[in-house]
Design a protein around this ligand. Sequence first.
Ligand code: GSH
Length: 221
Amino acid sequence: MKLELISFKLCPFAQRAIILLNTQKIDFEITYINPMDPPDWFKEISPTGQVPLLKVDDQIVFESSVITEFINDISSISIHPEDVIQKASNRSWIAFSSTMFDDMFDMVVGDEEKFNASKESLFRKLGKLEAVKNNSTFFNGENFNMIDAALAPIFMRLAWMNEFTDNAVSISEFKKLSAWSNAILAVEEVKTSVVDGLDDVYYSNIEGREGHLSTLLVDEA
Ligand SMILES: N[C@@H](CCC(=O)N[C@@H](CS)C(=O)NCC(=O)O)C(=O)O
């Protein structure tokens, strides 16, 4: 089976797929495109016009949640909990966490009012997650699971935002999430899920958007 992931370097949804591929040690090729200016061949094969897209031989799999489940399905060991209720609950929280990307996008592009509203929305969601997180290293225990992979792009971007500003979006009030974030960001498969220097690209993206967040930048990446 030949896998080709069509991706965009800054895309957090594509990052989820890469973390799964890395964790499950599955060989794949990666092709980067700019979804804002996609090539014709991409427009022909992508139903939504969005990345990530996984080409499996000649078949197309799209939507990051479906791609990550597919990668898990073709792997010898599942990184979901075995218990069906726990697995369903994990999937619910993964879907819930996906809405955080909208808040984070608005935090990058928005004026002060929009920034504050989206930060509040994001932190309300983080509070819900904090309330259900236990004291184990990862969400389900000591093993890195699908749900940890799903949160990784969120925690990585929050860490970058805090690094580039005077901790403008510090999550230190959430003790369990802070420890969970540290554990996730230390995982090798997470660290290698982005290209070198992507933090600089993210910094430039914040700067270029000229939203309220850009006025809080204190340091060059
Ligand atoms: N629900 C989709 C969202 C993917 C998504 O929003 N991708 C962005 C890049 S991060 C994109 O392709 N945007 C271009 C567009 O929406 O036209 C998924 O989970 O795969």
